[in-house]
Design a protein around this ligand. Structure first.
Ligand code: COA
Length: 247
């Protein structure tokens, strides 16, 4: 089984993060697979929408910490940065099915999705500051816009995790759906979007999502700050503590 499963269902491309033993944490290889899939979905005229889900009762625990520390200390590019730019600029509707943990980029990627369904068991967390890191994926711009400054500050600065009910009340997710009907609901919503007049849908979505250049500029500024923060003693200590715990 691949860590990123890719399946077509009619005009919807389904991307399933499938590494539950590691809480679906995203490695560079997984980011690359997602980048290729999004690139192809963008060009493929038969694909009208993309559905993102996580396997095994977890959505995504964010960056694979060991993998991205190794990549950055080897001087390599973070494939996650390309993924963030790609999903932010993706022109077709994105639907997310969230069950279980949505941490770090596993939560911020949702800000680029159009319809989000979550189970009552879902829990969201943005632990960047506690790791000595910075918010990414445009979240410093998009989260306060979406949920207001008070909640964005509690979630991004104070690092308070939040439930599906809080995410629904804040307008981050569209609905709470029982685990056994999550995928069916998300598939139905994605298929309905995919069946709509394509040009009108994509144009309306573009207006709704706001100024793409502004978002991409913020993403790049955040990534630069993220990269600098990563070299700080605080971040190095926090990430080493996580890695040592997992040994
Ligand atoms: N990177 C790498 N490995 C991760 C991971 C991550 N982001 N999240 C979880 N894992 C791994 C754990 O190391 C563990 O591996 P092991 O079984 O080989 O020891 C496995 O997934 C299960 O995780 P565990 O911590 O035992 O599960 P839990 O239910 O107690 O806690 C989390 C789950 C997600 C709360 C916890 O793993 C965590 O805090 N992870 C880091 C999340 C994070 O900070 N992400 C943002 C990074 S920028």
């Amino acid at each position: 089984m691949a860590d990123i499963e890719i399946a077509r269902r009619g005009a919807v491309l389904e991307l399933t993060i499938n590494r539950p033993a590691k809480k679906n944490a995203l490695t560079n290889a997984m980011y690359r697979a997602l980048n290729v899939a999004l690139h192809e979905a963008e060009r493929d005229l038969d694909i009208a929408a993309v559905l993102v889900a996580g396997a095994g009762g977890v959505f995504c625990a964010g960056n694979d910490i060991g993998d991205f520390v190794a990549a950055v200390s080897a001087g390599g590019e973070m494939a996650g940065a390309d993924f963030i730019r790609k999903i932010a600029a993706f022109p077709k509707p994105l639907v997310a099915a969230v069950d279980g943990l949505a941490v770090g980029v596993g939560c911020t990627l949702l800000l680029h999705c159009d319809l989000i369904y979550a189970t009552p068991e879902s829990r969201f967390s943005l632990p960047f500051i506690d790791l000595g890191l910075l918010p990414e994926a445009g979240s410093s711009l998009l989260l306060p816009r979406r949920v207001g400054m008070a909640r964005a500050s509690a979630w991004l600065l104070a690092g308070e995790s939040f439930s599906a009910a809080e995410a629904l009340a804040a307008g981050l997710v569209n609905d709470i759906v029982a685990q056994d009907s999550l995928l069916a609901t998300a598939r139905e919503k994605a298929a309905k979007l995919a069946a709509k007049p394509r040009t009108a849908l994509m144009a309306a979505r573009k207006f709704l999502r706001g100024d793409k250049e502004e978002i991409l500029t913020r993403i790049d500024a955040e990534l630069e700050a993220f990269r600098n923060a990563l070299a700080s003693p605080q971040a190095q200590a926090a990430l080493a503590a996580f890695l040592n715990k997992s040994k």
